[in-house]
Design a protein around this ligand. Sequence first.
Ligand SMILES: *[C@@H]1O[C@H](CO)[C@@H](O)[C@H](O)[C@H]1NC(C)=O
Ligand SMILES: *[C@@H]1O[C@H](CO)[C@@H](O)[C@H](O)[C@H]1NC(C)=O
Ligand SMILES: *[C@@H]1O[C@H](CO)[C@@H](O)[C@H](O)[C@H]1NC(C)=O
Ligand SMILES: *[C@@H]1O[C@H](CO)[C@@H](O)[C@H](O)[C@H]1NC(C)=O
Length: 486
Amino acid sequence: MQRLSPRFPLGLIHLCVAVALLVLAMDNAHAQSLKFATPSPSGNSKSDPTNNPIPVPGSGKVYIGAHIDWNAEAPEAYATTSGLDLLGYGLFLPFPLSSGDFGYFQDKILNQPYPSASSDGNTRSQLMLTLEPVAGGLAMAANNASAVADVVAVCKLLNERGVSVFLRFAHEMNGWWSFWAMRPTAYKAAFRAIALGIQACKTCTATAMVWAPQVGVGYPWGLDIPLNQPGFFTANPGYGNIDVNELKTLDTNGDGKIASGDEPYEPYWPGDDVVDWVGLSIYYAGRNYGEPSEPWPTMFSNGLQGFDFADGVTVQAPNFYQIYCVSRKKPFTLAETSLMHIKYDSLGTAANATRLKLKQDWWRQTINATLFDQFPNYRSTWLFEFAKEDTIPGVIEDFSYTFDAATRAAFKADLPTSRMVFGRSNYVNLANYTSSLSTLRTSGSSGSPGSPPTSNDAPTKIEKPYILLRVFSSLVIVMVGGALLL
Ligand SMILES: *[C@@H]1O[C@H](CO)[C@@H](O)[C@H](O)[C@H]1NC(C)=O
Ligand SMILES: *[C@@H]1O[C@H](CO)[C@@H](O)[C@H](O)[C@H]1NC(C)=O
Ligand SMILES: *[C@@H]1O[C@H](CO)[C@@H](O)[C@H](O)[C@H]1NC(C)=O
Ligand SMILES: *[C@@H]1O[C@H](CO)[C@@H](O)[C@H](O)[C@H]1NC(C)=O
């Protein structure tokens, strides 16, 4: 099966920090508002917040799900331990899907109990499928119909069995830490090919294409790329699979480099007609990386609108909410979020009051009723329920909200429950489940239930969480480095 190898060796991470701090030292003295053009919608929007493969829930409510470590737990076990019946769960797979990936999908999703319905009675359960292209994967999405068909088959199967799919293809595509980083032309062609494959599938009517960059404040996160030095990339092969011919499209202000002041989002917009939901990744990892410091009180809402995380006034990125949610009428999912806390003890120890307080500060500013009222297109939120020893032996990077009893109790007590759509505590084995949801069959011919993808491989375990956290390690360092620039 396809296995992603760690992108950033530790040495490179440290280099990145050094770069970020250097830029910080140079720029800190004159932080000022940046200027960005306001792009306008193309007018051929396929969907809007109400007419959507995953319609927004009624009564101003917000869906809730979590990315979990499938090698450690399954949804029903998560619900039992946390006391939270979430509506959806997140799974990361490589693109293209290998037979081993299918095997893993069958093992973890189809052959284990999965949430079957929502607490509000009108909504199906959900799965966020995040596809991470391997090297060459973007080109394959655009040119290889059978690789696209494999993705469509998975979505079709889930939709027919009552599960809606948030299909998040090549997220954080504007951040250089991804394999598919900073390839606007290839990315847009790939995203469109996947979306058109889904649109052509008659029973994939509950699959929503999710466009989800990294929050643009701090872009390009310490990496000033001089356009006249393409040799930089061959000398530093860790920087994704950047194509020097595409880079100039990222120099949106025409100053000869990819740097602060260039558009972090719009070069990657694949078209109003192929995006159903928009989303962002945004984490807090300490003002200095890993330091247990208070997040800025409205960091999330500031970042969502392109403001300096701390002051909420200085423009540091385009206003994501205004452009993509209001003007382009797309509902918003907070696709990945958490506060990272580094623990120098083991997971088994009792709750730590400092850790609890910091996490609480973060979840209160990202999941709260006032915020939902302020940003009415914010309709879905995803936790990142991981705590792992990663790059530093003996140190646990803890993103979880529910892994210890005290933090879990505080999180549950703070949740604006009446404004959220959970799962119903009813789990079914999807392999056996034949949905009678007639809405699925209204739009077309091929109403026959999809059969599971065939695989001769034994289910394969993917070491995704480990890889993910390595990537996040570099991400948060640079994110914080970028934030400090302001
Ligand atoms: C196209 O995709 C399929 C399915 O992933 C794969 O088996 C095949 O090797 C790909 N073809 C090329 C030319 O890459
Ligand atoms: C609790 O967390 C803080 C911040 O990381 C740390 O300084 C402190 O040592 C921890 N206390 C215990 C008892 O683990
Ligand atoms: C809830 O969100 C609003 C809007 O961003 C913010 O002003 C408020 O401080 C948040 N509440 C808490 C308890 O953090
Ligand atoms: C699903 O089908 C398998 C094989 O037919 C069976 O062993 C299992 O008990 C079924 N599970 C459920 C939840 O019905």
